[in-house]
Write a protein that binds this ligand. Structure first.
Ligand code: HEM
Length: 123
């Protein structure tokens, strides 16, 4: 607990600089699987998953540091659902299964989560 409160600046810095990688890599992975470039897609997906963990870890730390502010708890739950949908869409595309629904809902949630992060959407 103390370690989180003492390092809020660091978690903010990590979270604020890493989201763009999730944003970009998701579309790259999805496109690569579509083009059947499995090797490149697999490697890029591993990097994407690494950034999922970074965003999750820094995001949860910030939610704790901000005393579980309901707005950020909601944002976090949206983000976790979004990562699930991203995983589902890329893995389904890899297997050649129907993946459009997960891709579209994941993309909509991505935009929502980023807009909530920048407080464009706020409550
Ligand atoms: C890949 C998933 C995620 C993306 C793309 C994302 C995106 C963002 C963005 C763009 C911001 C604004 C950064 C800025 O002000 O420059 C932000 C802030 C924030 N996010 Fe996330 N986020 C994700 C996951 C999470 C998770 C899982 C949680 C919590 C469980 C979370 C909690 C927060 C909090 C508390 C802030 C406010 C940070 C601050 O401005 O001090 N995020 N997020």
């Amino acid at each position: 607990m103390r370690i989180i409160l003492e390092n809020v600046d660091l978690f903010q810095m990590i979270h604020r600089n890493s989201w763009i990688f999730v944003f970009t890599l998701f579309f790259i992975v999805y496109a690569l699987y579509g083009k059947k470039k499995s090797k490149a897609a697999n490697m890029t997906q591993m990097i994407l998953r690494f950034f999922f963990i970074i965003m999750l870890f820094s995001g949860v730390s910030l939610v704790i540091a901000y005393n579980f502010d309901p707005f950020y708890v909601t944002k976090g739950l949206f983000a976790i659902t979004m990562m699930g949908l991203m995983e589902s869409s890329t893995v389904r595309r890899k297997k050649g299964q129907q993946s459009k629904l997960a891709f579209i809902s994941g993309s909509i949630l991505l935009i929502t989560v980023v807009l909530m992060g920048f407080r464009v959407i706020h409550f």
